[in-house]
Design a protein around this ligand. Structure first.
Ligand code: UDP
Ligand code: MG
Length: 331
């Protein structure tokens, strides 16, 4: 029996692009079913991330038209990462494999064939990696490259140029369900799950319609979240920086002492001001980084649900609506 595949697609205010890409996803699913690579029980699972436009109406219409379309709606907008998580957790008991992909047609759906082949060869996680970013603007290309460089520098293990287009088996998803953190950075978390994994390469295209929800400030936030959720390297860097400043200060103290003994303690306003400014700057950066981590701890200890499902399309079986209820073992 071929594996059951669920294609998980987060959508936020995507009424322009969904009518274009939904038939493409369906075409790909049906082709894979025809080739007997996947079962006919396979589905496309849209996750409406609290859209304010007609996205949910489109999803319900699609699911009434074809049994292969299904959808869940989040009770409000919680962001891309939480939307993908909601879809994956919804799908994990219904299928053997999931593929998460954005709904804007930027990621090449033809890479799914190779992803499924890799799964059939025994890989539990297959990362979709962008071969080229020729269609991205120079600005997007440079900032995206900087994003991966900064992540690696701060010790986050992530696959370069891989976003959230990936195949994950239900076995890996069951293991992943044990990662309870509220601060999500999926592309950095899946490498921590382990299992046999590989990458497939594809060309990144332009968005088919609508506009990006990831402008630069959001990318910077995502990078800070990624780093502070997955690495304590910045805290160590503060310690190292503190030691270095302490060492320089120690030399400064000896120097001042010697100067005092030689009777050469002429007031040095400029140097004193520089030192005070430098040290207080270093301290403020240190406090800021500590604050980031304390903020993360604050959010983690509250253990709020990471997603809340408010509606499902007809063909989906009713089950728990938040990830918290599944934590109590009700699933
Ligand atoms: N998305 C979402 N919730 C959000 C923002 C985005 O579910 O709050 C979805 C969006 O509909 C798309 C995917 O996440 O399917 C990636 O978003 P986008 O294409 O805007 O990002 P980019 O490709 O420009 O980085
Ligand atoms: Mg996009």
């Amino acid at each position: 029996m071929p594996p059951v595949l669920y294609i998980v697609i987060p959508c936020y205010n995507e009424q322009e692009v969904l009518p274009i890409t939904a038939p493409q996803f369906l075409g790909k699913l049906k082709q894979l079913i025809r080739e007997r690579k996947i079962s006919d029980l396979s589905r496309i699972l849209f996750v409406d991330d609290g859209s304010k436009d007609k996205t949910w109406e489109i999803i319900t219409r699609l699911s009434a038209e074809d049994i292969h379309f299904t959808g869940i709606q989040q009770s409000r907008n919680r962001g891309h990462q939480n939307a993908v998580l909601a879809g994956l957790m919804e799908a994990r008991d219904l299928c053997d494999i999931t593929i998460s992909i954005d709904c804007d047609g930027q990621d090449d759906i033809n890479a799914m064939d190779e992803m499924v082949d890799c799964y059939l060869d025994g890989c539990q996680i297959v990362y979709g990696v962008r071969k080229s970013r020729d269609t991205d603007t120079f600005f997007k290309r440079t900032t995206a490259l900087g994003f991966y460089k900064v992540l690696n520098m701060f010790g986050v293990e992530s696959v370069c140029n891989h976003a959230d287009y990936r195949l994950v088996s239900s076995q890996a998803l069951q293991a992943f369900a044990g990662f309870k953190e509220v601060n999500l950075f999926l592309r950095g978390m899946f490498p921590l799950v382990g299992f046999k994994s590989t990458s497939v390469y594809y060309d990144r295209r332009e968005r088919l319609a609508g506009k990006s929800h990831y402008p630069l400030p959001k990318m910077i936030n995502l990078a800070i979240d990624g780093i502070t959720s997955l690495s304590v390297k910045p805290l160590r860097m503060i310690t190292v920086m503190g030691l270095m400043v302490a060492f320089i200060s120690f030399i400064g103290v000896i120097w001042s002492f010697v100067q005092a003994l030689r009777g050469m303690t002429v007031a040095g306003w400029a140097s004193m001001t520089c030192i005070i400014c430098f040290v207080s700057g270093v301290q403020l950066v240190g406090i800021g980084v500590l604050g980031e981590y304390i903020g993360k701890i604050y959010l983690e200890v509250k253990q709020r649900p990471r997603y809340i499902i408010s509606q499902r399309t007809g063909s989906l079986v009713e089950k728990n609506n938040t990830d918290q209820s599944s934590e109590t073992g009700a699933v």
